[in-house]
Design a protein around this ligand. Structure first.
Ligand code: G4P
Length: 526
């Protein structure tokens, strides 16, 4: 097969959702359709269970699950589909943001009872930054959920994206009878079924087809006809280009656990979802069909066995063909490396891979040379554009509890930051080190791993910091003056970028007003 054909075959996407909306369940159903797994219950949720958070073995086990389910690939209708899993727990949101840089599109799962939840809004912001195409799946139709039109309005309003329903529920909760497939013009009748792959699909020719009257009670047919007329009146026809530009989200309704509405979603997805797209480096746009291999690291997972401190770095192939055993150029280190140990992910199995193509994810065993955001290629000085860091929510100062082990602590902190567990800010004054995270769980993970993997004892003390803002100014002398004025509050991030550590919202506002020439960014990419 030619490189162009391999690229055409691939669809690489992520499933995102607020925890509990049904991401794991939907992933499993998609794998069932693809024949990658044989029975339901095979995909384990990667949720970190808070009730067992003090049991470290349990957390380690859960980390193990999350590596196993990080990437799941399967074949469906001659296509190779790569699903990138994202952590369910919101404390690991940063990991999700980074994973989203490695996908070409996204399926967003929304619970029809709860509607758009906070985590969904945040994730959508990340999609919008990159104009990532989004498909929505409104799940749990077997429950008494909210009105379909209200849900669509809420998506448009809260997620700031236009919608176009592609299927429509017939009833909901106890009265659910089916979904009308607007995209294919057929009818999927509801029959709760947790393991079977197919449901009863009735081919019809539009909503006026008399076959509908035979299949459904007349009151439901009447409502359906009215609603479909309204849908077609209110929403424009699906414009695939607008979807590909991230402007319109096609919406499907279903119930993942009952395997209902999933086939409709998958079949439309493979029709319209993008193949691997060109990607920006600092230098130029790299097209997937360029002959030379290139890719970047978006995730690093530490080995769970502390005796072997090797890690798996997840590489997204962006162009050309990755070949195991080849020497590749590590742009940041300006060195060649050979990767003889490379893994592909098929469903839940890991297997050695000899070749990989754009859109594929390869696991590289690494002993500490790779970090998140690194680019590998065949010798060009072209770094894929950065993976953004967001201002953390929680900040704590690192206190070394064993002066003899400060080297170990520094090494441990550095490596854990490379893995993206948290962000490190070093103050200009006094070299104080402050760690920022999205959730409190990471501090426990850090402390535990520093001790167990690096033999470094540290404590994390509360500090009054509200936000870390990356700063810039058009006029460098203005920036210098600001840094001098506020030197007690200036730190550097791991890349050496200047960060203003604001103590409170009100104070930040005041500083922003007093220094109009300084730009304050809540994200490291600007
Ligand atoms: P997540 O990965 O997005 O966090 O969600 P997950 O798939 O784990 O689903 C969360 C809960 O919602 C699970 O129930 C799951 O069975 C249920 N669920 C998923 N899809 C549907 C659906 O279409 N209808 C209904 N009614 N429930 C659904 P749980 O009780 O937490 O776990 P389990 O013991 O049932 O697996």
């Amino acid at each position: 097969m030619t490189l162009a054909q391999e690229i055409q075959k691939r669809r690489t996407f992520g499933i995102i959702a607020h925890p509990d909306a049904g991401k794991t369940t939907l992933t499993e159903k998609l794998l069932l359709f693809g024949g990658a797994i044989q029975s339901a219950g095979a995909v384990k949720s990667n949720k970190i269970d808070m009730s067992t958070r003090s049991d470290w073995m349990e957390i380690e086990k859960q980390r193990g699950i999350s590596v196993a389910t990080s990437v799941m690939a399967f074949e469906y209708k001659d296509l190779k589909i790569n699903i990138l899993d994202t952590p369910g727990h919101e404390d690991f949101a940063e990991d999700t943001y980074r994973t989203l840089t490695a996908v070409d599109s996204v399926i967003m799962v929304i619970d029809c009872v709860k509607g758009v939840e906070q985590q969904t809004e945040k994730l959508m912001e990340v999609c919008r930054m990159r104009n990532t195409p989004v498909l929505c799946f409104i799940n749990k139709l077997d429950r008494e959920g909210r009105d379909a039109f209200d849900l669509l309005d809420e998506i448009e309003e809260k997620l700031g994206i236009q919608v176009r329903p592609m299927s429509w529920p017939i009833g909901m909760g106890k009265s659910l009878r089916g979904v009308y497939n607007i995209y294919e013009n057929n009818l999927n009748l509801y029959e709760p079924n947790k393991t079977k792959k197919v449901t009863d699909v009735v081919e019809i020719n539009g909503v006026d087809d008399p076959k509908l009257d035979e299949k459904l009670p007349s009151s439901m047919v009447e409502t359906l006809r009215e609603e479909i007329e309204l849908v077609n009146g209110v929403y424009d026809e699906l414009d695939v280009n607008a979807y590909l530009n991230g402007e319109v989200a096609p919406v499907f309704f279903g119930s993942a656990v009952n395997n209902f509405g999933v086939r409709e979603l998958l079949d439309c997805f493979i029709d319209i979802a993008p193949t691997p797209k060109p990607r920006e480096t600092e230098e130029r746009l790299v097209k997937p069909d360029e002959k030379k291999f290139s890719g970047f690291i978006f995730k690093i997972h530490a080995n769970m066995d502390p005796k072997h401190r090797n890690r798996i770095a997840f590489l997204r192939v962006c162009s050309g063909t990755f070949q195991r055993g080849s020497n590749y150029y590590h742009v940041r280190q300006d060195k060649q490396f050979r990767f003889s140990n490379a893994t592909a992910f098929m469903a839940q199995q890991k297997e050695t891979v000899d070749e990989a193509f754009p859109g594929d994810i390869v696991g590289l065993y690494d002993t500490g040379n790779l970090k998140i955001g690194d680019s590998l290629n065949e010798g060009e000085k072209a770094l894929y554009k950065g993976i953004p860091a967001f201002s953390p929510e929680l900040f704590r100062e690192v206190i070394n509890l064993d002066a003899m082990k400060s080297k170990q602590l520094d090494k441990g902190l550095n490596q854990l930051m490379d893995e993206g567990v948290a962000q490190l800010f070093t103050f200009e004054m006094g070299s104080r080190k402050v760690v920022g995270t999205v959730g409190a769980l990471q501090f426990e993970v850090l402390q535990h791993r520093l001790l167990n993997e690096y033999n470094a004892k540290a404590r994390f003390d509360g500090v009054s910091i509200y936000k870390a803002c990356w700063i810039s100014a058009k006029d460098p002398s203005k920036l210098d003056a600001f840094v001098k004025d506020k030197y007690r509050h200036i730190a550097k991030d791991k890349e050496g970028k200047l960060v203003f550590m604001a103590e409170s919202k009100a104070w930040l506002q005041m500083v922003q007003d007093n220094f109009p020439d300084i730009e304050f960014h809540f994200i490291s990419e600007f």
